[in-house]
Design a protein around this ligand. Structure first.
Ligand SMILES: CC(C)(COP(=O)(O)OP(=O)(O)OC[C@H]1O[C@@H](n2cnc3c(N)ncnc32)[C@H](O)[C@@H]1OP(=O)(O)O)[C@@H](O)C(=O)NCCC(=O)NCCS
Length: 147
């Protein structure tokens, strides 16, 4: 497995923003990642040269882990990187006392929904018309997993 996971650094913010902008219709800015990494936790998957291929940003507060952002660069998808990042975030959050993991995902995001379902998440809510799309709005699914 050539990719290795390590703690995210504030200096990763620009690369995270570039990966997020590849396919997220509402990407976070570099500044948003820098702020979030200052307050939250994160892991990056890096190739042998240290180039970031994917990342997860999450919180672990009051017994709950919340996945804030998770993305893998297009050319490195379907290699299991997202699943490893998700597992690393959950393992860390459990060590901080988390008993539940929560996240929001676009209704149309079949890849992410399959990833989360495979990791044991279930849909337990829906926010109508929560996200903007080029055509209008779409629902957010609220997913959770007992840890
Ligand atoms: C969703 C995303 C993070 C998955 O990253 P990835 O590294 O390719 O995912 P993995 O290789 O770890 O896949 C794990 C499982 O997720 C599911 N999955 C991943 N991509 C999928 C796809 N395009 N279609 C269907 N299922 C998919 C599969 O069940 C897969 O297991 P398998 O390969 O054994 O079938 C990636 O597509 C991405 O960055 N998308 C844009 C950002 C995004 O949507 N983030 C989530 C926001 S909530």
């Amino acid at each position: 497995m050539p990719e290795s996971l390590s703690l995210a650094r504030l200096t990763d913010a620009a690369r995270f923003a570039a990966i997020d902008a590849e396919t997220n219709p509402s990407p976070w800015s570099e500044e948003a990642f820098r702020e979030s990494l200052g307050r939250s936790r994160g892991f990056a998957a890096r190739d042998e040269a240290g180039v970031v291929l994917g990342f997860v940003v999450y919180t672990a507060v009051a017994g709950a882990c919340e996945i804030l952002e998770l993305a893998v660069t297009v050319s490195a998808r379907r290699r299991g990187i997202a699943r490893r990042l998700l597992d690393a975030a959950i393992t860390d959050a459990v060590s901080e006392g988390a008993r539940r993991c929560l996240l929001e995902v676009r209704d149309s995001n079949t890849a992410a929904r399959a990833l989360y379902a495979g990791a044991g998440f279930v849909v337990d809510g829906r926010r109508k018309s929560y996200y903007r799309t080029p055509e209008g709005r779409e629902d957010a699914l609220l997913m959770s997993c007992d840890l």
